[in-house]
Structures are given as structure tokens and as C-alpha cells.
Design a protein around this ligand. Sequence first.
Ligand SMILES: [Zn+2]
Ligand SMILES: [Zn+2]
Ligand SMILES: [Zn+2]
Length: 160
Amino acid sequence: MPSTPQKSALAFSRHNHQHCEKTLLQAARTLCEKRVVRLTPRRQQVLEVLLSTHQPMGAYEVLSTLNRLEQNVTPPIVYRALDFLQQQGLVHRIESKNAFIPCMHPGHGSEAQFLICSACERVAELENTCQLFTSEARELGFEVSHAVIEVSGLCADCRK
Ligand SMILES: [Zn+2]
Ligand SMILES: [Zn+2]
Ligand SMILES: [Zn+2]
């Protein structure tokens, strides 16, 4: 029997996902206003598609979802919106999946760690940044520009 976890990551637990979507969308709006960048309807639409689930989505999945709602959304439109969302730190790219996931703590910078469940494919973003790792890099005189750690395994739900 797996031991009972002491905490549960939001992405891996039963939760009010509508609340989750609403809060993150609001956080994105606030952040864009503060930075005086435009969260255009198209950019917001792409973010909303990604916010609908805790599983990362590939660009083409985003595209086909948008095309179900309206016609003539082309790949460059989606890629441009994803670029913007990534630049603003509202969306992260999960390299190992070649897919995108909304940031759970918008505005935290370039360091992020993800737990990726290989059974249900949900992804949880850890709250604490990998400071130990990056401070050791700094001690070595290495300037970190991008520090993303992807950890794969089984979530508490899927271990049952
Ligand atoms: Zn949620
Ligand atoms: Zn993040
Ligand atoms: Zn799982």
C-alpha cells in the first residue's frame, strides 16, 4: 500500500476546477494590466483552452479545439498566442511532451518544476522553486536563464 501523502497537489486532487480556471484567468488579466501588455481576445482564448484541463496540450490540440468553436484559426495564430503567453510566464512548455500547460503561479519567473503523472497525464507545478539547484549553479559561476525540471512518475491517485 502506498503511504498516504501529507499534501495533495491541486492538479492531482478533486477540486473545483471552475474556480481554478477563474482565478488563473483573473491573475493573467491582472498581470498583463500591470505590465501594460495586451491580453487580446485571441490570446485569452488560447489561455482558456489550456486552462480547461490539468493535462498539457499540444499546439495542434489547441488549434483543433479553437476550430471546433469557429473556423479559420490557423497554426500561426495559435503559435503567436502561445509565444506571447510563454513570454509573459502565463504558460509553460513541457518539453518532454512538446505541450503547454498554464502556469499555476503566474509571475514567478523563469524557474519551474513539474510533476508529470505518466498514467493520467496530469501535471502539477510545484510551488517552491529549485533554489538549491540554481544557487549551486551560481556558485559555479553559471548564469541560469531557464531552469525547468520535469519529473515523471505516478500521482497519488494513480498509485492506488
Ligand atoms: Zn483545476
Ligand atoms: Zn509557473
Ligand atoms: Zn495520475
